[in-house]
Design a protein around this ligand. Structure first.
Ligand SMILES: [Zn+2]
Length: 305
């Protein structure tokens, strides 16, 4: 029987020890190893909406994150902190990561409006139409993303290139099998060279979207197609309530874990298994199609990025 692959990348927005530990206990008990992103340093922006999230500067949380890693989960980098990080702070964040986890991250995910984000907003797209649409909004809100700009104090592209192997780009709302829209996963994008390889993900950002994405119909499709499903979730945003994993979420995870033919690896190992050598170069045709599908889905629903 052919294998399907299933994993989750958990964005650390709003996460604390209390509001995410129960779901990791569940995943571990089901023998599912996934990827958890972290912030290394406390956010120094007092009005930042994620200022209360736990970081690797919190002793109990850091010890728990290390224990997750020891248990086979992947710990990934969500930037040095929840706010914009100048280069020195990114370096400090990677040092803190290394101090707590005794290794550097292999996966990185841009966060929200952080100025140090790499190839974000208009810079994500080659299509002139998409660049124009996204550019209007970006200009209006005066958002700036400069992680790949060597002349910016937020530049860290060269550090990313040396440290990180995988970064997430497009998140799709209506794809359960990513290979249907992104057969070359992971891929290298010569237009965005500071990131060695990119991957796409499926939108399970909130419990509602997670439940809708992982419907019985979609799961059957994933298994039948021996597909690849990388769910992008925010476990700290309501997946655990009153110390318990939401029953509907728990049910789904138990059902997926019980399926035969499933490969449940953290995202870096899943991508390594698909592309043991250097990732193949993304063709212009595949990029055009992905951008088109992303825009179409974005217009029809308000999914995550
Ligand atoms: Zn985030």
């Amino acid at each position: 029987m052919s294998n399907f692959s299933f994993t989750i990348v958990d964005d650390t927005d709003g996460a604390t020890l209390d509001n995410v530990k129960p779901i990791y206990d569940l995943l571990a008990s089901l023998n599912m190893r996934t990827t958890k992103t972290v912030w290394s340093l406390r956010c120094e922006e007092p009005n930042n909406p994620y200022v209360m999230s736990a970081t690797l500067e919190d002793k109990d949380y850091a010890a728990w994150v290390k224990s997750l890693q020891d248990d086979g989960f992947e710990i990934a980098f969500h930037g040095a902190s929840a706010g914009s990080n100048i280069r020195a702070r990114t370096i400090q964040g990677l040092e803190q990561f290394d101090k707590v986890l005794a290794r550097l991250p292999s996966t990185h995910i841009n966060h929200s409006r952080n100025r140090d984000n790499l190839y974000w907003a208009t810079a994500r797209f080659n299509s002139p139409l998409l660049r124009a649409i996204v550019g209007v909004n970006q200009k209006l809100k005066q958002w700036h993303y400069e992680g790949e700009n060597p002349n910016s104090p937020y530049f860290w592209g060269d550090i990313c290139q040396e440290t990180i192997r995988y970064s997430r780009n497009f998140t799709f709302v209506q794809q359960i099998d990513l290979t249907a829209v992104n057969p070359t996963i992971p891929y290298h994008d010569p237009y965005r060279p500071y990131v060695p390889s990119w991957f796409s993900s499926c939108d399970g950002g909130t419990p509602e979207r997670f439940i809708a994405l992982l419907s019985p119909k979609n799961i059957s499709k994933l298994v039948e197609q021996a597909g690849v499903c990388i769910v992008y979730a925010h476990f700290g945003m309501g997946f655990v309530q009153n110390g318990k994993v939401l029953p509907a979420v728990e049910k789904i995870l138990r059902e997926i874990a019980a399926l035969s033919g499933g490969q449940f690896l953290p995202v870096n190992e899943l991508l390594d298994s698909r592309s043991p050598a250097a990732a193949p170069i993304l063709s212009n045709k595949e990029r055009r199609r992905m951008e088109r599908v992303w825009l179409w889905e974005k217009l029809r629903s308000k999914g995550t990025s």
